[in-house]
Design a protein around this ligand. Structure first.
Ligand code: SF4
Length: 303
């Protein structure tokens, strides 16, 4: 049973170890169409529970072998907030972690629960998924356990955001014909304007999914990103191969593009040809473009 995995290197978090709170099997309150794990029946509490002591023993021995860890990512074969001792576990981790940053990846289905919020408050960064802003979409795409209600999730996130001052990242996974309609994007956009997360990551399927569903291309994700309100810091987190060739952008085009949506360095590498990159640099030198750090990612914005 592998509780600790990694280390893996990432540009954002540096050298990171993963902690799997459900190493024996998938235990989740969702059964998402796009899940990279096999389909499984949903549950609202873990059936197989490992002790805090087991996790800490595994973590301490791993930290002894890797003394240069920058981040610990709490995750699961399933949903980590279903682990009943998450708050107690975080007390233990925070006691030993020193300067290491902690991050949790959650589907947010229990974010309206007080105990879950109490546990999440103990992390340095919280990343929550929200694929749908309407209940029909949530049922269809995330195939949530009975009793999970998207309105409660949205309300819970707003409550949590009010008291959590560390980075709160929102992740939306886009699936062709399921949650990419204008109606759904508009509902997500207006909710996100109210929530004001530190950053919004938009991605798509990049590993074989549990059910037969289709990914979107980078270009399609980019078109979708332009439908969200331009003030939202949207990062296109797609590992799909980019097929479009970089194009020429005049200085006016660049400023116009930034007005519609802030851009990351990855966007610039994908979209701009070399002359456009020079134009971009000129605008930077003239201070017509600003930089903004959103949860570890640098965005270029129009001041
Ligand atoms: S929430 Fe995550 S683990 Fe659970 S079914 Fe969805 S993708 Fe899979």
């Amino acid at each position: 049973m592998n509780i600790i995995f990694g280390p893996v290197n990432s540009r954002r978090f540096g050298k990171s170890l993963g902690i799997d709170l459900s190493p024996s099997k998938k235990q989740c309150n969702f059964d998402c169409l796009y899940c990279e794990l096999d389909p499984a029946k949903t549950m609202d509490e873990y059936e197989d529970i490992i002790s805090v002591e087991e996790i800490m023993n595994a973590l301490n021995s791993s930290l002894q072998n890797h003394q240069d860890i920058d981040a610990l990512t709490v995750t699961a074969n399933g949903e980590p907030t279903l682990y009943p001792y998450l708050s107690e576990l975080m007390d233990e981790i925070n006691r030993v972690k020193g300067s290491i940053k902690t991050l949790i990846l959650s589907n947010a289905a229990k974010i309206d629960d007080e105990k879950t919020q109490e546990a999440l408050m103990k992390f340095d960064t919280v990343k929550l998924s929200l694929d749908c802003a309407t209940s029909r979409c949530l049922k269809r795409l995330d195939r949530s356990h009975d009793g999970i209600d998207v309105e409660k999730i949205k309300k819970g996130m707003l409550e949590f955001k009010k008291k959590f001052y560390n980075p709160l990242i929102l992740e939306i996974l886009m699936v062709k014909t399921i949650n990419d309609s204008d109606e759904e994007i508009e509902a997500l956009s207006s909710y996100l304007l109210e929530l004001k997360p530190t950053r919004v990551d938009i991605g798509t399927i990049d590993r074989p999914p549990a059910y037969k569903v289709e990914a979107l291309s980078y270009e399609e994700l980019r078109k979708i990103s332009l439908k969200f309100d331009s003030s939202l810091p949207i990062y296109i987190a797609s590992r799909k191969k980019v097929t479009a060739k970089p194009s020429y952008y005049s200085q006016e085009d660049i400023l116009e593009t930034l007005k519609k949506r802030p851009l990351t360095q990855e966007d610039i590498d994908v979209l701009f040809d070399s002359k456009s990159k020079n134009n971009f640099q000129v605008l930077m030198n003239e201070k017509k473009i600003d930089k903004l750090d959103c949860g570890g990612y640098l965005f270029y914005i129009k001041p």
